[in-house]
Write a protein that binds this ligand. Structure first.
Ligand code: SAM
Ligand code: SF4
Length: 342
């Protein structure tokens, strides 16, 4: 495999629909210090520790993807920053930025540990992060995250800004919960100099009690409401992901909408997802997966691993088919978002 390949469209990883796979999302742990109501049940059962790849194994797997053409890596979870010694992985992956093999190393975090890690992340080569924050109301924040403290996340965001990290806030739009507050989030992210992405709740994983139908708030409605107050200018800005972006004229910041349920974004999909057990999901909304842990552990050189990765990419499906309606109120996909990392 030629280590110099990998500019977009020049990857070894091209799927049956001629999409170059240049973006790998890696869930480094399924554990988390929060229990967000749309993501986890309160009494979550986590993966047995023995099944979880070591940080060295995750590093080697990511290295194989980078060598084969991946240009962007996102660490996620669970909460990536609660994995013990996670910074050793971040620093090692940052080495691919310095050699030019990787364009971007980033992470999605709940922000609870950012005050501690922001400077180190920047030093390792991270320049942008996504921080999930659904509300600025401390009481609602604790209700939605069950275990989270808003102050801690706000302190983390301050540290990220001071460290020089660009921040994008992810907020899941939830009917009857934060729906009246989305306008405030637009104003606040504008003041802070953060971009904002609103996410439609997805039917993933059994979250116990909370019915999906009750949470689902179509973003078409949210957008129409926001447009009464803010001037939303269309942009052609894309991150290679499913978000559709506008510029809020009054704040100058970007506002994105991720609408997996009402809008099909699969044609331009450039990504695959790796779990902390070495399972590769070729599509967020499909069950098909490839085990990379066995070939990884079977030999110290990467021959078997490379073959397994190529075989998996050759089965990447065309798209997904999430449905929330009255006939199918159970999860469309049984695994939790905290396993695949969103
Ligand atoms: N713990 C980190 C965090 O919260 O940012 C990273 C992992 S979390 C699973 C990644 C993203 O998925 C978060 O922005 C979260 O809000 C979102 N998410 C979790 N469950 C979801 C669901 N059922 N529908 C839509 N988004 C979801
Ligand atoms: Fe944890 Fe993120 Fe899931 Fe919330 S959304 S429970 S912070 S993994």
């Amino acid at each position: 495999m030629d280590g110099a390949t990998g500019q977009h469209g020049n990857s070894d990883l091209v799927d049956p629909f001629a999409r170059a796979i240049t973006y790998l999302r890696v869930s480094v742990t399924d554990r988390c210090d929060f229990r967000c109501v749309y993501c986890m049940a309160e009494d979550m059962t986590f993966l047995p520790k023995a099944d979880i790849l070591t940080l060295e194994e995750l590093d080697r797997l990511c290295g194989a993807f980078v060598r084969m053409g991946v240009r962007k890596l996102r660490l996620t979870g669970g909460e990536p920053l609660v994995r013990r010694n996670v910074m050793s992985l971040v620093r090692s992956l940052g080495g691919h930025i310095r050699t030019g093999a990787l364009d971007e190393l980033t992470l999605t975090t709940n922000g609870s540990q950012l005050a501690r890690y922001a400077d180190e992340l920047f030093d390792a080569g991270v320049r942008r992060i996504n921080v999930s924050l659904d509300t600025l109301d401390p009481t609602l924040f604790t209700a939605l995250t069950r275990w989270g403290k808003l102050d801690q996340v706000l302190a983390g965001l301050d540290a990220a800004k001071k460290a020089g990290l660009a921040v994008k806030i992810n907020a899941v739009a939830l009917k009857g919960a934060n729906e009246g507050e989305l306008d405030r989030l637009v104003a606040w992210t504008g003041e802070q100099g953060f971009d904002l992405v609103l996410i439609e709740v997805m039917p993933m994983g059994d979250i116990g009690g909370e019915a999906r139908l009750d949470q689902y708030l179509p973003l078409s409605l949210v957008r129409a409401r926001l447009a009464e107050k803010w001037t939303l200018d269309e942009t052609d800005y894309r991150t290679g992901g499913p978000a559709r972006y506008f510029t809020v004229r009054e704040t100058g910041r970007r506002l994105g909408f991720i609408t997996p349920l009402t809008h099909n974004f699969c044609e331009s999909c450039n990504r695959v997802r790796l779990t902390c057990t070495g399972t590769l999901y070729m599509c967020l909304g499909q069950e098909d997966a490839a085990d990379l842990r066995a070939p990884l552990r079977a030999s110290a050189d990467d021959g078997l691993l490379d073959q397994a990765i190529l075989a998996a990419i050759a089965r990447k499906p065309k798209g997904h088919d999430f449905i929330i309606d009255r006939r199918s109120s159970g999860p469309a996909v049984g695994r939790h978002m905290s396993v695949t990392g969103g």
